[in-house]
Design a protein around this ligand. Structure first.
Ligand SMILES: Cc1ncc(COP(=O)(O)O)c(C=O)c1O
Length: 407
């Protein structure tokens, strides 16, 4: 962090960390739209290449606008997190073109043919497909169990010494299930596993997996970190600085999933308001969940803030608020789901999540349209299920739109 004055609050750090005084005294770090950087002479080029002199070389490797975003993410994920000796932890973030690019660097930088991943059955569809359709071709397999049951995780590890990486997504997309980061990380440590957490739904404001000793956190910055739906992006955050600066930086540069200064600029501005946005998102989500729970056309509401959610306790343990994501089931199934979503006037019909505006999707007619009913129902995606990313509009307007659209 460049700031010399000690900052104590999450938002102060979100706003000021990573910012370096610009050479032209620009208030905000400009969008450095330059693919390459100039050397005064060959000797300087040599010093930069061999790391004797700090400085940018080529934007696939790094760029000042991207650096500010990376340093902010490291500062937020490590905010008030201490190591075993009570010292503040240090993290290194590598910004990527998308969440999937960051996940690819994580997997390809750490695993080789014959290695296995242990993960939960409810995951973002893209992450699941990477593990089912791409990694197996490289000889890397995923073992999928219900990680909410620690006995099942232990049994899988006892039976398979090839498991090298424990991959957690909590809360998970789209079911909003949670797994226990602390207990699973402890178990992972006993088996010498690398532990990685997708922290996209929670953000470092609500949940900090590094508190429990995980090795990596990964984000789709496309969502709450950007917060405004203006750019696709991803971040890989690691606690082993040497490994991040060595092997992982090499893999990131060679795979070429780099971010760009325009998207990084948007991300930097978005992250400055993360705390205030998340407070409002979570407040609104709780109100929406309460309203839906009482509504006669809704048969079930899945929200971590409700005691009826099976993972309510786990969420309370590791998140400061239950987040902005919820889903609910319409009593009358597919047609009711379609009719409801078509009637919305202010809330937006779209996939993705984490934006200021409220987004709703109907998986059975959208993301999971091509998936056979029996298969999607195994993952809890029923005909009438609606997924909702609750925005930060005034709550009365969100509730009014839902009320006039529900039968
Ligand atoms: C939880 C989660 N992880 C990862 C991703 C992938 O991120 P991206 O779309 O930025 O590649 C998504 C995308 O929706 C997601 O929801």
């Amino acid at each position: 962090m460049s700031n010399k004055f000690p900052l104590t609050g999450f938002s102060s750090i979100a706003i000021h960390s990573g910012h370096e005084q610009d050479a032209n005294y620009s208030h905000l770090t400009p969008i450095y739209a330059s693919s390459t950087y100039v050397f005064d002479n060959a000797e300087q080029g040599m010093r930069r290449f061999n790391g004797e002199e700090k400085g940018y070389i080529y934007s696939r490797w790094g760029n000042p606008t991207m650096t500010e975003a990376e340093e902010k993410i490291s500062a937020l994920e490590s905010f008030e997190v201490k190591d075993k000796n009570g010292e503040p932890i240090k993290l290194k973030t590598i910004l990527h073109a998308s969440g999937m690019a960051a996940l690819s660097t994580l997997m390809l930088g750490n695993l080789k043919a014959g290695d296995k991943i242990l993960t939960h059955f409810s995951l973002y569809g893209g992450s699941q497909e990477l593990m089912e359709k791409v990694l197996p071709q490289l000889g890397i397999e995923a073992i999928i169990v219900d990680l909410r049951d620690l006995n099942k995780a232990e049994e899988a590890l006892k039976n398979d010494s090839k498991i090298k990486l424990l991959y957690l997504e909590t809360p998970a997309n789209p079911t909003i299930q949670c797994v226990d980061i602390e207990k699973l990380t402890k178990l992972g440590r006993q088996h010498n596993l690398i532990v990685a957490v997708d922290n996209t739904f929670a953000t470092p404001y609500l949940q900090q997996p590094f508190k429990y000793g995980v090795d990596y956190v990964f984000h789709s910055t496309t969502k709450f970190l950007n917060g405004h739906g203006t750019a696709i992006g991803g971040a890989l955050v690691g606690r082993d600085i040497e490994h991040m600066e060595g092997r992982m930086t090499k893999v990131h540069r060679l795979l070429g999933g780099n971010s760009n200064p325009f998207d990084a600029f948007l991300l930097v501005q978005g992250m400055k308001t993360l705390e205030v946005r998340m407070e409002r998102h979570c407040h609104n989500a709780m109100e929406v969940a309460g309203f839906l729970e009482q509504h006669p056309s809704v048969s079930k509401v899945n929200y971590l803030g409700l005691t009826s959610h099976p993972d309510h306790y786990t969420a309370t343990k590791q998140m400061i608020h239950p987040g902005a994501m919820l889903s609910f089931e319409m009593k009358d199934g597919l047609d009711a789901g379609k009719k409801f979503i078509n009637k919305l006037q202010m809330c937006v019909r779209a996939v993705s999540l984490g934006t200021c505006d409220t987004l709703l999707s109907h998986p059975a007619s959208m993301t999971h349209y091509g998936v056979p009913k029996e298969k999607r129902e195994q993952y809890g995606i029923t005909d009438g299920l609606i997924r909702m990313s609750v925005g930060i509009e005034n709550i009365a307007d969100i509730l009014n739109d839902l009320n006039r659209s529900l039968p």
